[in-house]
Design a protein around this ligand. Structure first.
Ligand code: ZN
Length: 465
């Protein structure tokens, strides 16, 4: 019995002992394998440096790990040798660390040289013979500590609030990222390649929304891919603009018919309250329509190098009277209560119904669409960021993409949009901003402020290659 028992037990052990041990070992290994303490993911490095480094900005490095970091080391290597920028063994391991490392203080940095940044980090995992997982990444960085060259070649001497000016500049950098003209710390104007490499021209505008007193100057600004930035001041004499204030009484009929139609045509909800409905049309919708004009104009700026730009004076609609001017500040009243105000930023020319609109300068049709308060609107691009806007039209004889020429009939006047009587709203656009058209209707102004500046600039550029 006893022997049998032993035997039977022996058989049982022999049959199941080894598989049980193997299973146990496997489960144990499995436990270790899936245990956070034995994770096998190396620390993650975020190196927030572009391909170029100006050796002024700190290197921004973020290290993280799903267990915890125990040590790291950041090394800078160039042709002359290496320098440890930071190295730490963390007494208390942490899961995430953000480093901002100052550039090494070196005597003479090799400009345009290629350097290496080595980032090593180790985590708290028991994996890898208890030494932890290690990351060892090498990043190649190009040194560029040279600021772009920026200088003003020539420009219109004057700019008036609401008006335009021309600027020609030189901008040069091997790794140029962006260059523009900043106006009064409020807005930027794009540069268009002009005449020769590294030279640019731009028509700039003083948006009438920027008050005379708050003008802070205009500058050409350039930034390279390493973050080096430079700027040069554009010398300008400034002139104020005499704003004309107008009080307008809005009738219930206007809000019932015109405001309602304009909002409906743009798929906007129509508020029941009369004042709210007018304000929505006059303020909200106007802002959207103005934003659209700017967006379309900027999208269509050509960046091909230009050699010449000689617009002729823009001419008033033949036989028309000017019904409203540029820079009128309109104050709107409903039942003797002021409900809103807005700028009028073009010239309203009224003559006979459905009068023919012919154009004074050739260009390209970049917009032909119903645009809220502007009604059926056409925009022509004349080059160098200059455009013209024709609003409230009835029939259009052109299409988007058409090249149009001087004296071409493009449309007829009408009453589409937020208007009562038949007229043409004519606007001049500088990079999509409505400016004072009176300047551009004056051939002498165009000559002294635009074409002579371009001609003189070419002579200066040709003397200084
Ligand atoms: Zn108008």
């Amino acid at each position: 019995m006893e022997r049998n028992f032993k035997d039977s037990r022996g058989i049982k052990v022999g049959k199941y002992f080894i598989p049980s041990v193997l299973l146990g070992v496997c489960m144990g290994l499995g436990f270790l394998f899936f245990s956070p303490q034995f994770e096998r993911v190396s620390p993650v490095v975020k190196f927030k440096q572009s391909e170029f480094w100006n050796m002024k900005d700190n290197l921004e490095i973020e290290l993280s790990d799903n267990s915890k970091l125990t040590s790291y080391k950041i090394t800078y290597i160039d042709e002359k040798g290496e320098k440890v920028l930071d190295e730490k063994a963390l007494a208390t391991p942490i899961s995430k660390i953000s480093l901002k490392l100052a550039p090494p203080k070196l005597d003479n940095i090799q400009k345009e040289s290629q350097v290496k940044i080595i980032i090593e980090a180790t985590d708290d995992s028991r994996w890898g013979f208890l030494t932890g997982n290690t990351t060892d990444n090498t990043y190649e960085v190009k040194i560029d500590n040279k600021a772009p060259i920026t200088s003003v070649v020539n420009n219109s001497r004057y700019i008036a609030r609401g008006g335009s000016a021309l600027v020609v500049v030189k901008v040069a950098d091997e790794n140029l990222k962006n260059a523009y003209i900043n106006f009064s710390d409020k807005m930027n104007f794009e540069l268009i390649p002009f005449h020769k490499k590294n030279y640019y021209a731009a028509i700039i505008a003083w948006d009438i929304n920027i008050p005379f007193e708050s003008f802070t100057g205009a500058n050409v600004v350039a930034i390279d891919k390493a973050g080096n930035k430079s700027s040069a001041k554009i010398p300008l004499y400034i002139q104020d603009f005499a704003v004309k204030n107008d009080n307008l009484n809005i009738t219930q009929e206007f809000i019932d018919t015109v405001s309602k139609t304009v909002l409906e045509n743009m798929n906007e909800e129509v508020p029941q309250d009369l004042a709210a409905r007018f304000v929505k049309q006059n303020r909200e919708l106007r802002a959207k329509n103005i934003a659209k004009i700017k967006q379309v104009s900027l999208k269509n700026i050509k960046k091909d190098m230009i050699q010449d730009f000689r617009p002729e004076a823009f001419v008033r609609l033949q036989g028309s009277q000017t019904a409203a001017g540029f820079g009128e500040r309109r104050h709107y009243f409903l039942d003797n209560v002021k409900i809103d105000e807005a700028w009028h930023l073009g010239l309203d020319w009224a003559s006979v119904k459905n009068d023919s609109i012919t154009i004074s300068n050739g260009g390209n049709i970049i917009f032909k669409e119903y645009l809220g308060i502007y009604g059926n609107t056409i925009i022509i691009n004349h080059g160098l960021g200059l455009g013209t806007l024709y609003a409230h039209t009835t029939n259009q004889f052109i299409n988007i993409g058409d090249k149009v020429v001087k004296n071409q009939k493009i449309a007829t006047t009408g009453t589409t949009g937020a208007v009562l009587g038949d007229h043409l709203h004519f606007g001049i656009l500088v990079q999509g901003i409505e400016v004072n058209p009176i300047e551009w209707m004056d051939q002498n102004w165009i000559k002294t402020r635009i074409t002579e500046i371009l001609d003189a600039s070419k002579a200066i550029i040709d003397q200084n290659p």
